[in-house]
Ligand binder design. Sequence first.
Ligand SMILES: [Zn+2]
Length: 272
Amino acid sequence: MAADSSAPSGEPIRTVLAVFAHPDDESLMCGGTLARLADAGVRVVLMCGTRGERGSISDPSLVTADDLGAVRVRELQEAADVLGIAEVIALDHRDGDLRWNDVDEFHADIVGAIARLQPDAVITFAENGLYWHLDHIGVHERTYTAVKSLGAGAPPLYYVTMPKGIIRAVVESAHAKGGAPSDSSFWGLEPDAFGETEMEECLAIDVRPWIARKLTALRCHRTQMGSHNPIAWIGEEEARRLLGIEYFRRAPLESAKPDSMLEQLGEPVISQ
Ligand SMILES: [Zn+2]
């Protein structure tokens, strides 16, 4: 749209589109980077494939199951406001079925958003969906396919990921304060199910100065942030240490577009 194509300075507006599955994915995976991009003048747009209406509820007094989707979209908008996200595209594909349902429709949603926004970069989950969550893998597949369908005119695509061990450290930190369940799970899963061991070829983006906003955004998702959630227990200093670097790997797709803002903000991960 012409009205959106340039800033008052005459510089073209740069746009980053992030595509995730549920409210809270954006804040956990790359809330710091989205806030850092927004502060740098980038128009950040978040597409969320579902309303998260079939997830568990942290505190039944907050919401009834019938209202959960609407409440989670409101929480998502609050988190987006904290992060400086310019636009939230809250889709209503069925939570839990993203890998199989509405395949053509979700593909069209992503292709349509790219056509309208002309982003300089697109961000989504990596192949493993952080912990093999099928909705996350569905988002990865739809986004990869949508970007690939645009050929060399496509924006660069980045997969956001994290090193294995981060979630275990978050769980242990919560336990040290007497918080979260007495077993060692995170959302009922073994903590080492989260993340990847091979971080070579990743870009590491330092978001430590944005960590307070990342934590605040995470905590906007109140229906997911009960005392069972280890993230509810970590303080700002621990968050800075454990969640203060965010990791992105560029997808193996050709793109004639120049390197995006993510390459400018990030440092290559040096293998140990
Ligand atoms: Zn999710």
